[in-house]
Design a protein around this ligand. Structure first.
Ligand SMILES: NC(=O)c1ccc[n+]([C@@H]2O[C@H](COP(=O)([O-])OP(=O)(O)OC[C@H]3O[C@@H](n4cnc5c(N)ncnc54)[C@H](OP(=O)(O)O)[C@@H]3O)[C@@H](O)[C@H]2O)c1
Length: 246
């Protein structure tokens, strides 16, 4: 039997918000693909430590770093701390907040919080990552978006606008950082219900695939964008069962 392919063998990848849920699945997928992981967390130290042990058992290296991405100084400093632990090949901007607020319910605090965590932090991380990457080394950035980023509706207003900004940042940086750093994004649909358990009722009526997505489907798309053709950049791949088409 052939050994499992390890397309990320020896590559060091920082994943924000990696301790739980989709970030955790991505971290384990990277490790199974041979990559070492910097596990960033905000408020989940126990989950992050457990994940570190799980990755170490698979073989690759993992380190845990805490930073509050609501604090721009901490976001900016995270890249230097990660590079000190292991020189980075890639950055995955996964951490985000997701609150169901329409225009009337969005106050300035909620607006600014969403922009700081979901857009300003990725901006600062991308900037520091690109500046620190040694001349001549290739690198990759993968941003986690939402199908709403390119199809804004009236719901989840500050979240949607932050992800729309991150979609624009993905495309701008793909130009600015080419050819050395490849910048792509995944726009997810219904993969995991929100952690507060409040999934919208009837959600599957607007999903052509007629089902929730599987973590494995997100993992496969992420590994493809982290290790696949370097001629693909500025791309936003929807993993949403066709929801953005409706
Ligand atoms: N779930 C879905 O079906 C779905 C659908 C569309 C798009 N997405 C996107 O996919 C990504 C992952 O989704 P998810 O549902 O797994 O996300 P999530 O559970 O809502 O959040 C991911 C992580 O973000 C981190 N985070 C939030 N605020 C932070 C802060 N101030 N400082 C540091 N970290 C912070 C948290 O880390 P700690 O726990 O360590 O604080 C959290 O575990 C997100 O970008 C999301 O927008 C998900």
């Amino acid at each position: 039997m052939n050994p499992a392919p390890a397309p990320l063998k020896g590559k060091n990848i920082l994943i924000t918000g990696a301790a739980r849920r989709i970030g955790r699945a991505l971290a384990l997928a990277v490790a199974r693909a041979g990559g070492n992981v910097v596990i960033h967390h905000g408020h989940s130290p126990r989950e992050a430590d457990a994940l570190q042990r799980e990755i170490a058992a698979l073989g690759p290296r993992a380190v845990v770093l805490q930073a509050d991405l609501n604090e721009p100084d901490q976001a900016e400093a995270l890249i230097a701390r990660a590079n000190e632990a292991m020189p980075l090949y890639a950055l995955v901007n996964n951490a985000a907040i997701f609150e169901n607020l329409n225009l009337a319910a969005t106050n300035l605090d909620a607006w600014e919080r969403h922009l700081r965590i979901n857009l300003t932090a990725p901006f600062l991380l991308c900037k520091a990552f690109a500046a620190a990457l040694p001349t001549g080394d290739p690198g990759r950035i993968l941003n986690l978006l939402d199908w709403r980023a390119l199809r804004p509706g009236a719901d989840h207003l500050p979240y949607t606008i932050s992800k729309a900004g991150l979609a624009a940042l993905t495309r701008s940086l793909a130009i600015e950082l080419a050819p050395r750093i490849i910048v792509n994004a995944l726009a997810l649909g219904a993969i995991l219900p929100p952690s507060d358990g409040r999934a919208k009722r009837g959600i599957l009526r607007s999903v052509p695939a007629g089902r929730w997505g599987e973590l494995e489907e997100v993992e496969k798309a992420a590994i493809f964008l982290l290790s696949g053709p370097a001629y693909i950049t500025g791309e936003i791949i929807h993993v949403d069962g066709g929801r953005h088409l409706i």
